[in-house]
Write a protein that binds this ligand. Structure first.
Ligand code: GLU
Length: 465
């Protein structure tokens, strides 16, 4: 049997990071087993399911690289198939028309409440003859749940054995009075028709699984395996919400996170393989097992995410980073600063954990410092003596035949030696003159990336007194 998983978001206007994690687990599980991972858009809420809201899901999934295999399935378009299954269940005596009026349902609800019963519907129409049907009322269709006094145990692949008494289960509605299918019916029919073998989703759907399971049984279909993963909580332990920070993946993209960092983070949030924090996608595919998904909700840790981002920023391909940085720096590839930054990326990314930070640091290769400098420490090093040391270094650097970081470093060392001062007395003013700041990468590296011409031009612009 080949594994088929699915991610089934309801469009809400963005791809929730919890949804992205669900998608990721479905994707990894499918790939781990050489199976397929499908996407189903649950667009039956017509008000919410606008083209924009659906596009936002696709955009989020495409950014994290979790688009489904093949074309997505749209649930709303399958409504007639869902209704057909309900009709077939009626024909086979597994489901029935219920004509209970709103008043009758109110009474049942009040009774259930006073008796402390979970089940609300009292099976009023379950065994009545169709000839009892009142005229002029459109019935709903309900599924017959087992009334045998027993219980159902599902072995959830994350939660373990979970049992619910049949006595607690309502004869759930499959078709509304207007003939439209309920969510419960649509999900089961779609999962069956899509050949889904494993339903991996948030544990807020755990109680639904029992109702869905009996619908599979009634239809004569094999139920899939279920794996209900705990929801993500905020750092304070409460269910993740807006007040904890951004919820949509696109907000993480806009803040300057790399998708692979977010994915690695989401993977580790709820799944673990020993203490390993950094897990490549390839490793994740080979290691991913549902038994390693924790049962307890995990807390979102923004610092951890940022640290991972720093790691992936340092690992990232330079040309790709340039593509990500260029728009915010307003640079095109033929700009000389573009090549300087490209050259200096490794040095710059040592200190950055986020893209905007990297972009900010890269400005030293774009903007010539303007004097007087605004950064106090850098400004302090701009003394006549300091500038003279910087220029002396500049002369040795200008005379270099060999433009390498080693040669530049040696020229700096010689300047220091000749002046008989400490390294900082030369390096600090030189750094300040060249970059306007004290927080730049290694000085030889900066000089190397600026290039001889730009170094000379910046030194020439330094104040003489
Ligand atoms: N559309 C549901 C949701 O967004 C998911 C249903 C399911 O996975 O079965 O919560």
């Amino acid at each position: 049997m080949s594994v088929v998983t699915r991610f089934a978001p309801s469009p809400t206007g963005f791809l929730h990071i919890g949804g992205a994690r669900t998608a990721l687990f479905n994707y990894l599980f499918a790939r781990h087993h050489g199976g397929s991972y499908k996407l189903r858009i649950e667009d039956t809420d017509r008000k919410r399911s606008t083209p924009e809201a659906i596009d936002a899901i696709f955009e989020g999934l495409s950014w994290v690289g979790l688009e489904g295999d093949g074309d997505p399935i749209y649930q709303f378009a399958r409504a007639s198939r869902h209704a057909e299954v309900a009709q077939d269940l009626i024909a086979r005596g597994m489901a029935y028309h219920c004509y209970a009026s709103p008043e009758e349902l109110d009474i049942m609800r009040a009774e259930a409440k006073s008796e402390g019963r979970r089940r609300l519907y009292n099976d009023l129409w379950r065994d009545r003859a169709p000839s009892d049907a009142p005229a002029g009322i459109d019935p709903v269709v309900r599924l017959k749940m087992p009334r045998d006094g027993g219980s159902t145990t599902l072995t959830d692949l994350v939660q373990g054995d979970v049992t619910v008494d049949h006595e607690q289960m309502d004869d759930m509605i499959l078709l509304r009075a207007d003939g439209t299918p309920t969510y419960m019916l649509s999900v089961v029919v779609d999962d069956h028709d899509m050949g889904v073998t494993h339903v991996i989703r948030g544990d807020d759907h755990l109680t639904n699984a029992f109702r869905q399971y009996h619908l599979y049984r009634a239809a004569g279909w094999d139920a899939p395996d279920f794996a209900h993963i705990p929801l993500i909580h905020g750092p304070d332990g409460a269910k993740l919400s807006k007040r904890h920070g951004a919820l949509g993946v696109e907000a993480y993209r806009d803040m300057g996170y790399l998708p692979e960092a977010l994915k690695n983070y989401l993977l580790r949030l709820g799944w673990g393989h020993g203490d390993t924090e950094i897990v490549s996608e390839e490793e994740a595919i080979s290691l991913f097992e549902l038994k390693d998904v924790g049962k307890a909700p995990s807390r979102f840790d923004f610092q951890k995410l940022e640290n991972l981002n720093g790691h992936y920023l340092r690992e990232a391909d330079g040309d790709r980073l340039m593509t990500l940085l260029a728009p915010s720096l307003d640079l095109t590839a033929d700009d000389p600063a573009f090549s300087r930054i490209r050259l200096g990326l490794a040095g710059l990314s040592k200190r950055a954990t986020m893209l905007p930070q990297l972009a900010e640091a890269a400005r030293i290769y774009i903007d010539r410092p303007s004097f007087p400098l605004t950064e106090p420490k850098a400004a302090k090093s701009i003394t006549p003596e300091g500038v003279a040391h910087a220029r002396a270094a500049g002369e040795r650097i200008a005379a270099l035949g060999d433009w390498t970081e080693e040669a530049i470093h040696a020229a700096l060392a010689e300047t220091v030696e000749a002046a008989g001062v400490g390294f900082g007395k030369v390096a600090q003013p030189l750094r300040a003159v060249l970059t306007g700041t004290m927080a730049s990468p290694d000085l030889s590296n900066v000089i190397f990336c600026l290039g001889a011409e730009e170094v000379a031009a910046r030194l020439a612009a330094a104040p003489n007194s």
